[in-house]
Design a protein around this ligand. Structure first.
Ligand SMILES: [Zn+2]
Length: 87
């Protein structure tokens, strides 16, 4: 990922990153121009999904199941267990 110095317009480098969450990181940047020497922090954030992860549906289903009460879960699994197996 390329970063540019806002003071001189030159190329910068990301010296380190602080991963605050999966969706937010702080990038510690340094200008590569010796005549400038500007250093700064940029934020890298998740914006929005263009195409959903194949894992998203599984996770959604799992989260929904987990939110059910124990008795609702048992009822559901009893029903699933009662389904004829496809062979
Ligand atoms: Zn600079």
């Amino acid at each position: 990922m390329r970063v540019y110095c806002k003071e001189c317009g030159g190329k910068g480098r990301i010296a380190s990153r602080d991963e605050l969450s999966r969706e937010f990181a702080r990038l510690y940047c340094q200008c590569l121009s010796p005549a400038c020497g500007h250093s700064w922090v940029a934020n890298l954030t998740f914006s929005h999904t263009l195409s959903p992860s194949a894992q998203a549906v599984d996770r959604l289903l799992f989260d929904r199941l987990r939110d059910l009460s124990r008795s609702q879960q048992r009822e559901l699994f009893d029903q699933l267990g009662a389904l004829p197996s496809i062979s």
